[in-house]
Structure formats: C-alpha cells, structure tokens
Design a binder for this molecule. Structure first.
Ligand SMILES: C[S@@+](CC[C@H](N)C(=O)[O-])C[C@H]1O[C@@H](n2cnc3c(N)ncnc32)[C@H](O)[C@@H]1O
Ligand code: SF4
Length: 485
C-alpha cells in the first residue's frame, strides 16, 4: 500500500529523532565484564571485516547547546598529557584483544570534543597510531578540531603526520542561530584556520546542521551556497539535528530562552534542498552525511575516504574500536560503551582495568545490521550482501516487508550495485534506519531519545542541572528516577 498522507507524500509525519547511536541496545543489568571481554576476544573475522579506530578527546572550551557529544566533556584540558598517554594505552589494549590486531587499518578518526585541546600531546597520539602494525598508505587518518580553540602549531602537527582529512563544525553561518546555540557568533576563525591549513591537508570538511532553532530555509540554502563556493573546503557534512540527544537545547526551548525548531515541513524541505543542491553541483555522497566535490579531491584520496564520521555507521562485520570516555566500539556480536566520566575512565585505565560501563554493553548479535545501516552507507546494499542475509535467516518477515514497502514508496531504489536511497530516502534516512531494525533495537533507540526529552523537561523546570553533564545519559537515572515528568 502506498502511504501518501505524510510529509512530501511519504508515510512519515516528521523527520527522524534517532540519528546518533545506531547500534544502541537495551541496558542489561546482568552483563558482566568477563562476558564483554570474552565477546571482544571471540569476535570473528568475517570476509567483509575491516578495522577502524576511533579515538575520543573529551575536552571542550564551549558548551554548545545542540551538542550530543558534550555529555562528558571537561572544560579542564590541563590533563591533556596524561589523557593522551592513557588514550594510547587503552587503544593498544583493545586492539591487542581482537582477532584483527596486525591487520590493515582502514581508518583512524580522532574526534571529540576538541582534539585540538590536546595541544603538543597530539604528536604522541599520532606517532602511536603510525606505529601500529596495519597502519599504511591506504589508511584514512582524520582529525576533528574546533575553530575557536585550534592553534597554528596544531595544524602544523597534523600536516607533519600526514593527516588526510580535517573536520570542523560550523553548524550555521547565521550569527543569530549561532548565538542561540551558545557558539561564538563571529566566524573570523574560519578564514584564519583555512589560511593555516594552506592546502597541506587533502580533505577539509565542514559540518552543518539543519533543524536548529531560529533557522529558515533561505538561511540554510544561503549557508550552503557560501560554503560550496569556498574552494578550500572539499567536503560538507550536513547533519539533521537530533534534539533528543541534546537535552540542554530542549531545556532552553522549553524555558523560552531560544526560539522553537522550524516546523516539520520546513525541516524536510531543508534536507531535500540541501541534497538537491549537492547533487546539482556534482558533489557526491561519501559518508553517512557527507558530500564531497570530486573535482577538488584526487582519485586516490577519494578512495581513501572511509566515510566514518563522528557518528559513523559501521556494518556488522566491521571492527570499530572506539576508545576514550563515551566512545562506542562495535565488533561482530558485541557493542562496548566506555565510561563517560573522564576521571573514572582514566583511573580504570591506570589500574589496568577495562574502562567500560558494563550494563550498557551488549553481546546481542545484530547480524541484520547490514540491512539497517545500508541507508547510511553511500555504497548501498549489494545483492550479494542481501542474499547472504536472507540465506542466514537473520531478517525477520517484518523487516522484509518494510524493505519491500520502502521500495514501493520510492524511498529505496534499485541501482546498478544493488539497493540505494532515492533523494527522498536520504531526507528520511533516520526513519529508514529505525524501521529496518528489529523491534528490540528500535525500542532501545526510542527509549534513549525519550530519555533525552525527559531530561530536557527536567532541566527546563530546574529538576536537573543545565550543564554539559546533562548530555551524559549514563547519569540520566540520577535525575529521572522517580521524578519522570
Ligand atoms: C563531535 S561534534 C564537533 C566537533 C568539534 N568540536 C566542533 O565543534 O567542530 C561533530 C559534529 O556532530 C554534529 N552534531 C553534534 N551534536 C549533534 C546533534 N545533537 N544532532 C545532529 N548533529 C550533531 C555537529 O555537526 C558537529 O560539528
Ligand atoms: S560542538 Fe564541538 S565545541 Fe561545541 S560542545 Fe560539541 S564538541 Fe564541544
């Protein structure tokens, strides 16, 4: 049956709320550390397995309201030296536990927070990454930075270590919208940073968000035009705001101190017009939310882009080793969540203990991940991959029916390499991911978003503190238990 009653003739009445943690599973109070470690050690290397590393740097000088990553961020980065040492120690330990150790590394992403706040300690992290067996000419090495805090020396270090991609957030060029988000209104830092980079890093990526309070369709289109015209920027990641992952933002809307978000139709049109503008200009999708101008990047560099963004999606077979507070690691058959509290995380690593939040780890096999992460991957879903999934009976009849309906409704189309998203499919990508999951995984993501919204209400009415820590869902129970709105 074709649903045509929703937005843009689809079955959906609004945009997705679930675009942050794709692998989330329900908490398991019976989980134990030995089980988690055993699952990491026994994760099987499969024919399509690749090794990807994510190193999280939880320091920030800002407390941007929308930021889903600020939950554990510390405003005190004087511990940078110690933190960098422990980050590398934990990376080596986790890597050595997996059956992928020594194999070639597809990508390394150092993200945050603000990795630039590591200052000179960044060189030791990059050196350690270079020394890992498996790091080579094919490995993408990407680093995030924050425009307002980065120094020239940091850029020089990235260039000296052959970093292939640098990424920073702009979100919006409109000073009003930036002000609502508690970001510096001025963009003077952008010009300075582009000058410092001076062509030495092959891919320069800027992040934008649609759906921010105070944004208009015209404003979003103007931002995009301006950025695409800047030839020193090669790639743009356009994210859809996930408000439920940003309780502080919801609290400010609830308290009436900033405007509400644009209406659902405007939000959908912002996504449609963004993807349309990229495609018209010949930019190609090369990541969950990233479009690249292929004329500004050479072929080998383009091939090296792994498409692992800050919230990158990985297939079931991928070994994504995430280290640092609040980082997530996924391997076939296991999802690992690091502790969020920086001091607790550092102390555990110093004691030689795995720094995981055990009840939030999961050993549920999500083999159907290949099905529901495909909307996020520009490569699409090959027929061979889909047949293998069907042969192993991991797709439920409901998932099969959903996939068929999405095709019938034109959100998923048959391309030369298998199934791909239509333009409309990209607009509603978060919904597609959710709908293609098994019921239990869908429920976990919904619960997480509901929890974020309840936290926003708690902060708006003064029942929870509106600080960085509000975004730390490992603390949510303290503020919500028995006090749920
Ligand atoms: C880890 S963050 C920021 C990195 C860096 N500190 C900066 O400010 O540029 C990477 C990107 O995630 C996106 N992001 C953060 N919170 C989000 C949310 N709640 N919804 C959608 N995108 C979000 C933003 O575009 C942000 O630039
Ligand atoms: S957007 Fe960047 S600078 Fe702002 S709080 Fe998030 S990680 Fe920090």
């Amino acid at each position: 049956m074709i649903h045509a009653s929703g937005l843009l003739g689809t079955r959906y009445d609004g945009l997705a709320r679930n675009t942050i943690d794709y692998w989330m599973q329900p908490d398991d109070p019976t989980m134990s550390m030995p089980r988690v470690l055993h699952a990491i050690e026994s994760a099987p290397v499969l024919p399509e397995s690749s090794l990807r590393l994510y190193l999280h740097v939880p320091f920030c000088a800002q407390r941007c309201r929308f930021c889903a990553f600020s939950g554990g961020n510390s405003l005190d980065w004087r511990q940078a030296e110690r933190y960098a040492r422990l980050l590398v120690r934990q990376l080596r330990r986790m890597w050595a536990r997996t059956a992928m150790q020594g194999r070639s590394i597809r990508s390394v992403n150092i993200g945050g927070g603000s990795p630039d706040l590591l200052g000179p300690a960044m060189a030791s992290v990059l050196q350690a990454v270079h020394e890992l067996p498996g790091f080579g000419d094919e490995t993408e090495l990407s680093v995030e930075l924050t425009l307002s805090t980065v120094h020239r020396d940091f850029i020089d270090t990235l260039a000296a270590f052959g970093v292939t991609k640098v990424s920073f957030g702009l979100q919006s060029l409109d000073p009003e919208v930036r002000g609502h988000m508690r970001q510096p209104r001025s963009l003077q830092h952008l010009e300075r940073v582009l000058e410092w980079i001076d062509g030495r890093i092959p891919v320069v990526n800027a992040d934008l968000i649609t759906g921010l309070p105070g944004q208009t369709r015209q404003g979003v289109a103007a931002d995009l035009d301006e950025l695409m015209a800047e030839r020193r920027i090669h790639a743009i990641s356009s994210y859809l705001l996930t408000p439920g992952a940003a309780p502080s933002l919801l609290a400010a809307i609830g308290a009436g101190t900033i405007p509400t978000a644009p209406c659902a139709l405007d939000q959908a049109l912002m996504r449609l017009e963004t993807y349309g503008a990229f495609r018209r200009a010949g930019w190609v999708r090369h990541g969950t939310n990233t479009y690249v101008d292929p004329r500004r990047v050479d072929g080998p560099t383009l091939a090296r882009l792994a498409g692992d963004e800050c919230i990158g999606a990985a297939g079931y077979e991928t070994f994504l080793l995430g280290v640092g507070p609040q980082a997530i690691a996924t391997m076939p058959g296991v999802r690992v969540e690091n502790l969020v509290d920086i001091e607790a995380w550092c102390a555990a690593v110093e004691r030689g203990e795995p720094p995981y939040c055990v009840s939030k780890c999961s050993t549920i096999h999500q083999r159907d991940m290949a099905l529901w992460t495909f909307p996020l991957r520009w490569e699409g879903l090959s027929r061979a991959h889909l047949s293998a999934l069907r042969a192993s009976s991991v797709i439920s009849p409901r998932q099969e029916a959903t996939l068929a309906a999405l095709q019938q409704e034109g959100l998923v189309v048959e391309g030369p390499n298998g199934l791909a998203l239509s333009l409309l499919g990209e607009v509603f990508m978060g919904h597609l991911v959710r709908d293609l999951k098994q019921d239990s995984s869908r429920a976990a993501v919904d619960a997480y978003i509901d929890e974020g919204e309840a936290l926003g209400r708690a902060a708006a009415t003064g029942r929870a503190p509106d600080t960085n820590a509000l975004n730390n869902r490992q603390l949510a129970e303290i503020w919500l238990d028995g006090r749920r709105a």
